[in-house]
Design a protein around this ligand. Sequence first.
Ligand code: HEM
Length: 104
Amino acid sequence: MSSVIKINAITVPQDSDDELGRRFAARHGSMDGTPGFQGYELLQPTDERNVWLVITRWDSEEDFENWRNSQHFAKSHGEGEGAPKKKPVGMSSELWSYTVSTTG
Ligand code: HEM
């Protein structure tokens, strides 16, 4: 199945250990039932980079946009009412958009 791939590249402080991993683990299952969402992987760097990648796959651009603009996203990402008031681990992040060109 073809996928729309959205990658959030999160830069963390050098000494953050795997705090981001723990926070994602604490949200396990929170994406269940999101329309068009196929799944995600949180990738932790094993070299000196301090950029983690959240690789997400979607059925369509529209499904991603709907989630991105939803209360569900806002709440789970510290925006909007009732959001958890925790200091973010990341210092900055970038959204990258990809599609599979070729597989081997
Ligand atoms: C491509 C889709 C996504 C976008 C655009 C996005 C956006 C963001 C942003 C902007 C941050 C803050 C980074 C920073 O601190 O600088 C973040 C952190 C986070 N995101 Fe996402 N995210 C995405 C996918 C997901 C998914 C699928 C989950 C589901 C578990 C998730 C859960 C989290 C968690 C737990 C954090 C850490 C918050 C913290 O530091 O306490 N994100 N995301």
